[in-house]
Ligand binder design. Structure first.
Ligand code: UDP
Length: 496
């Protein structure tokens, strides 16, 4: 293998969701912008996404380069249709376990490549969450293994506290609140229902895999976190203290490139969104989106829809895979919303992939209704946009408390229970399973949250001011001498 003086980072994002591939690709772009060599290893479907992002990043200095290497994902060996390389591409939710079987095969192929075929040995492996096999690979290569979870530092700190102190085991019912005093004086109050999947009983389906993930975290050399030190009120330092590991805050990674899009390369969905926004007043629009795959069960979606069409602000509403909706709901959408981007329409619904970072940076956006996924949360912070919070599951209930209570840049819609069923795509025409029959939050409550979000009085102004201050801090963190800039430099220098 050729020797080179530039440290070489091999990034292996979790292949299961786009929302892991996106920030790890952006992390690669940032490392390259600081002069490191980067190889992103992923599946062919995800590699196409990674390459399109790399192509839009500014050229790296000193001839540093990013290579995106696609390793075939053995979907059919696990009994999945060819091309099922992410969880949103599975025919049904029942196939998730097959996806993880294929992931193990993928891990073996990546190890074979890195150990025997790659042109250059890494200085360090940065692994996406769930890819526990990367630790063995890094050990065999004799290099450190850092984990990139895709969670924020406050959430990781709360999770560490829960593992160590287990306050959830002292409550009698799944709805009884308990405190997670991980970052005093800031509180975090959860119920067992709101816990991330890490705390599912070991006997439940996937329990063993989750235990493996915890062991992976404990054995890894540190965490690379998409955040910036000024944001989460000392959470990164506390997390380092609590875990005894290096915690390196390198975000917000979405700021690695300008948010504006090249009109030539925009999809029709993206052009429709941007043209529609161009015709709106500054800070007047509510943007509603629940991440890369989040789907509200139809009963919830109807309550949200009625609130959106009756609120005075114009709304840009992204609905993922609307095919799962029953006919009456689709009919209601057809009658009450605009799908074509008619100039001046009140509620534009987009069913495909929206250019979220560009949307959030658009001057017309005044508020963001989000499921509190960490990627979306940080992108809103980086754009200075206040949020209305509607957590779905995972660590999103913790993120909600950071947004609303710690940072003061959001209003809660008031959801207390996670969405029970994750609806997976029915690409192969398979039927959907849906458990929810009643919406916890009705139209009036959603409307109230939207009113508060767009409030022009002192409380709304205060939220906007705080959001704007954080936007400036996010930008400063990645500028020369900023905290994330320095952390990236230190990380790279540690391998020179
Ligand atoms: N995203 C996007 N367009 C969409 C939906 C999502 O660009 O139509 C991106 C969004 O910008 C973010 C990621 O997908 O980077 C979603 O990540 P997050 O952690 O918020 O949620 P998840 O998808 O993991 O639930």
């Amino acid at each position: 293998m050729e020797r080179d003086t530039k440290p070489h980072f091999v990034l292996i994002p979790f292949t299961g969701t786009i929302s892991h591939v996106i920030p790890m690709t952006d992390l690669g772009c940032l490392l390259a912008s600081h002069g490191a060599e980067v190889t992103i290893i992923t599946t062919p479907v995800n590699a196409a996404i990674a390459r399109s992002r790399v192509d839009r990043a500014p050229a790296a200095p000193h001839g540093a380069a990013i290579t995106v290497t696609a390793i075939p994902f053995p979907a059919s060996d696990a009994g999945l249709p060819e091309g099922c390389e992410r969880m949103d591409l599975l025919p049904s939710q029942a196939d998730v376990s097959l996806f993880f079987v294929a992931s193990r095969g993928f891990g073996e192929a990546v190890a074979q490549y890195c150990l025997h075929e790659a042109p250059r040995r890494p200085s360090c492996v940065i692994s996406g969450t769930c890819q526990t096999w990367t630790l063995g690979l890094a050990r065999e290569l004799g290099v450190p293994c850092y984990v990139f979870h895709g969670f924020g530092a406050f959430a990781l700190l709360c999770i560490e506290h829960l593992f160590k102190h287990r306050p959830h085991e002292a409550v009698a019912s799944p709805d009884e609140p308990f405190d997670v005093p991980a970052l005093p004086p800031f509180g975090c109050r959860l119920t067992r229902r709101q816990l991330p999947p890490h705390f599912m009983p070991p006997t439940s389906v996937g329990g063993k895999a989750l235990q493996g993930m915890r062991e992976f975290d404990v054995a890894a050399d540190g965490f690379v976190v998409n955040t910036f030190e000024e944001l989460e009120r000392g959470s990164t330092a506390r997390l380092a203290e609590a875990t005894g590991k290096k915690v390196i805050a390198v975000g917000s990674v979405s700021l690695c490139r300008a948010p504006s899009l090249d009109p030539q390369s925009m999809s029709s969905d993206a052009s429709r969104c941007m043209a529609w926004l161009d015709a709106k007043q500054p800070k007047s629009v509510v943007y509603v989106s629940f991440g890369s795959g989040g789907r509200l069960p139809p009963v919830h979606l109807m309550q949200l829809g009625m609130a959106l069409v009756s609120c005075p602000a114009p709304v840009l509403w992204i609905i993922k895979g609307a095919d799962y909706l029953p006919d009456d709901v689709r009919e209601w959408l057809r009658e009450n919303t605009d799908a074509d981007g008619v100039a001046g329409s009140k509620c534009l619904v987009v069913r495909g992939w929206a250019p979220q970072v560009a949307i959030l940076a658009h001057p017309a956006i005044g508020g963001f209704m989000t499921h509190c996924g960490w990627g979306s949360t940080l992108e809103a912070v980086a754009a200075g946009v206040p949020m209305a919070t509607w957590p779905f599951f995972a660590e999103q209930f913790i993120n909600e408390q950071l947004i609303v209570d710690v940072l003061g840049i959001g209003v809660s819609v008031g959801v207390t229970k996670p969405i029970e069923t994750v609806l997976t795509a029915s690409n192969a025409g398979g039927s959907e399973v849906e458990a929810e029959v009643e919406a916890e939050v009705g139209m009036e409550k959603v409307k109230k949250a939207l009113e508060m979000l767009m409030d022009q009085g002192p409380k709304g102004e205060e939220r906007r001011k705080k959001a704007h201050e954080l936007k400036l801090k996010a930008k400063g963190a990645l500028e020369k001498g900023g905290s994330s800039y320095n952390n990236l430099e230190k990380l790279i220098q540690s391998f020179v």
